[in-house]
Design a protein. Structure first.
Length: 122
C-alpha cells in the first residue's frame, strides 16, 4: 500500500446516512413479503381463496419485483438514483395505504399486490 495514498476505508457521514436509508428501504420491502407470507392463511380464509389464487398473490409480487427492477433501473440511469428511490417510496406508500381498502376490491388482490411490489425495487 502506498503511504501517500488517501485513506478511503472510512465512510463519510453522508455515505453512512445513505447506507442507513437504503437499508431501511430494503428492510421495509423485505418486511412486506414476510408479512404477506404470515398473513396468507388469514387471507385465504377471509377472501375464500384457492391455493392457486393464493400462490398468484405471491407470484404477482415477484413478477412486480422483476419488472420494476428493469423500469427503475432505466429510470435511475436517466434521472438519477435519488429520484428513482423517491418515486418508488411514494408508489410503495400509496399502494400500502390502498391495502386498507382491499376488502372492497374482492377478486382483485393480485393486481394490488403486483402494483405495490413494483414500487420498491431498483
Amino acid at each position: 500500500m502506498n503511504p501517500a495514498a488517501p485513506d478511503t476505508t472510512a465512510a463519510t457521514p453522508e455515505q453512512r446516512r445513505l447506507l442507513a436509508a437504503g437499508m431501511l428501504c430494503y428492510g421495509f420491502d423485505a418486511l412486506d413479503f414476510m408479512m404477506l407470507a404470515m398473513a396468507m392463511p388469514l387471507l385465504i380464509a377471509e377472501w375464500h381463496l384457492t391455493l392457486g389464487e393464493a400462490g398468484l398473490l405471491g407470484t404477482a409480487g415477484m413478477i412486480g419485483v422483476g419488472l420494476s427492477g428493469l423500469v427503475l433501473g432505466w429510470y435511475s440511469d436517466r434521472h438519477g438514483r435519488r429520484r428513482a428511490l423517491l418515486a418508488s417510496v411514494v408508489v410503495f406508500a400509496v399502494f400500502t395505504a390502498a391495502i386498507a381498502f382491499a376488502h372492497r376490491c374482492a377478486g382483485r388482490p393480485a393486481r394490488s399486490r403486483w402494483c405495490k411490489s413494483t414500487a420498491m425495487k431498483e
